[in-house]
Design a protein around this ligand. Sequence first.
Ligand code: SF4
Length: 206
Amino acid sequence: MFDCAKCGVYACYKNERGKLPQNCPMRTCPDLFEEAAAIYQQEDMGKLAVCSARVEAGGYGVWPRVREVMEFSKLCGFNKLGLAFCVGLRREALEVAKIFENSDFTVISVMCKTGSRPKEELGIKDEEKVRPGQFEAMCNPIAQALLLNKANTDLNVLLGLCVGHDSLLIKHSNAPVTVLAAKDRATGHNPLAAVYATHYFQKKLK
Ligand code: SF4
């Protein structure tokens, strides 16, 4: 199957079609790339792709991601931004909302604990909670998505949602989704720290 991670040749990147590995998808699934190309021809998909490429080149290595989100939104004509954030990043959410609003975006923000439904509702046992014996509101990414859908957001920006909760939100969001920051409680929300410093994180990676 596809294993680009172990390619080492990266002939696609260098446009060296004569050097494609045997299991390269460009060799084994040529029709699929035509299928993808046809999808980019759809107006909404093409717009996302073109604006992404323009932002990539426009601020390459200079714009922080929060600026890229805004530049991308402006190019796409997105004015109403959904901000789906984690309770653990509520201070950051306030700052991000201000940054967006200072650039004239309308921000609709929804925190993960919205609804205040007990984790027990999902079948979580008391001993499985972070703090057994106490009320713990479940993270509610589906409600976050439905609320943002109700607000008709143009783009939903994820800020620090947990692994899996982000999957649920992405699955239920009507608007396109981008991630401003990924939750990683062990690294100050810098997941690649554990990849760059495997010697340090070794014992924590299994
Ligand atoms: S698409 Fe082909 S050439 Fe490109 S990284 Fe994957 S295996 Fe390598």
